[in-house]
Design a protein around this ligand. Structure first.
Ligand code: PBG
Length: 353
């Protein structure tokens, strides 16, 4: 009897004891929207966003990209209108990607150096109409080659010829700088191209034109829808164009950091990691290794995946969109290339209130 009473007493006092001891209650900081706002650590603003845009020649209507709902290839006049909208939404930059007429492609990507090529005309038109919008252009040969690779092939056609490609990319970068881009963005993953492009730009008098380097670009299946958009996969006759000879192995973290430090040493102004969502650890690693700004590219496959799940009614489009972007920012990206740029800019994303 006595024993039972004392046992009960002990249980009661232990419960009280537990409550008193619970000094740390993190939920206090989650009680109200006001408090959650005060303690929010990451906010995504329109200023963080770069909108990738696809451009086509001619006077036709915008062409929807089937695997990227809401994304369209635009003619130059429509592109200019789109760029005005971006500026009005407070988005500071756009990245242009041409979809070339297949008749203009060849094995050496000759059209990349056409001084009156589509990309250059698009850059001039946008810069004239919306000069305050920063423009990036891809420096790589894939939209221009029949085989869809980012560079020219060696004589045996067994791999992309590094040094021959770099020479072409340097010429391409100078043409783009002359047309008025703010940043050339080499996306080819050739060795030494950042240093070579820096030298070529400086020699041509474009020391103010920057290099946003696709420093850490993985050989990823997430680029599938983009290759539909620019037509580089169909050019190669396969959806799974193999770029493992130059893009990074998704298994490799140390090698990713080697690439980032090489580009930094060679003179890159901004280092980019791509894709983003499946490589948040790499974004964080690069962020911790460098003092340069870090960009991340939420690529076409990431965008397509979110849309596909939303279409099936399995995920909520807006919530997943915002959460995916917030995660990339939190991982350490200062800026994000995303096909969601316009929608995301219309709201401030801070993880929900
Ligand atoms: C090509 C390039 C690619 C992307 C940007 N530039 C594709 C590739 O390397 O095959 C992918 C972008 C995306 O998937 O959204 N130089």
């Amino acid at each position: 009897m006595v024993r039972t009473v004392s046992k009960n007493a002990t249980e009661t006092s232990m419960e009280g004891h537990f409550k008193q001891e619970l000094i740390r209650r993190p939920r206090r900081l989650r009680r109200t929207p006001a408090i959650r706002g005060l303690v929010r650590e990451t906010v995504l603003t329109p200023e963080d966003l770069i909108a990738p845009l696809f451009v086509i020649d001619g006077e036709g209507k915008p062409e929807p990209v089937e695997s990227m709902p809401g994304v369209r290839r635009l003619t130059i006049p429509d592109l200019v209108r789109e760029c005005r909208e971006l500026r009005d939404l407070g988005i500071p930059a756009a990245a242009l990607f041409p979809r070339m007429d297949p008749a203009l492609k060849d094995a050496r990507g000759t059209a990349a150096l056409d001084p009156d090529g589509l990309t250059l005309r698009a850059v001039r038109a946008v810069k004239e109409a919306v000069p305050e919008l920063a423009l990036l252009t891809d420096i790589a040969l894939d939209p221009f080659t029949t085989h869809g690779h980012d560079g020219v092939l060696n004589a045996a056609e067994t791999e992309v010829d590094n040094d021959a490609t770099v020479e072409i990319l340097c010429e391409m970068a100078v043409l783009h700088a002359r047309a008025g881009v703010d940043f050339t963005a080499p996306s080819d993953m050739m060795d030494g191209r950042v240093g070579a492009i820096r030298k070529a730009l400086d020699a041509a008098g474009f020391s103010g034109t920057g290099i946003l380097a696709y420093s850490v670009k993985f050989a990823s299946a997430y680029y599938g829808p983009f290759r539909d958009a620019v037509g580089s996969a169909s050019a190669a006759g396969t959806r799974l164009l193999d770029k493992q000879g130059y893009q990074l192995n998704p298994a490799n973290r140390r090698e990713a950091l080697t690439e980032a430090s090489l580009d930094e040493a060679e003179g890159a102004d901004i280092l980019m990691v791509k894709p983003a969502g499946a490589y948040l650890d790499i974004i964080r690693d690069v962020r911790e290794q460098t003092r340069l700004p870090v960009a991340a590219y939420q690529v076409s496959g990431e965008y397509a995946q979110i849309h596909a799940a939303a279409r099936l009614g399995w995920l909520d489009l807006e919530s997943i969109r915002d959460e995916s972007l917030l995660a990339i920012k939190r991982a350490g990206a200062d800026m994000i290339l995303t096909y969601f740029a316009k929608e995301a800019a219309r709201r401030s994303i801070g993880g929900g209130t």
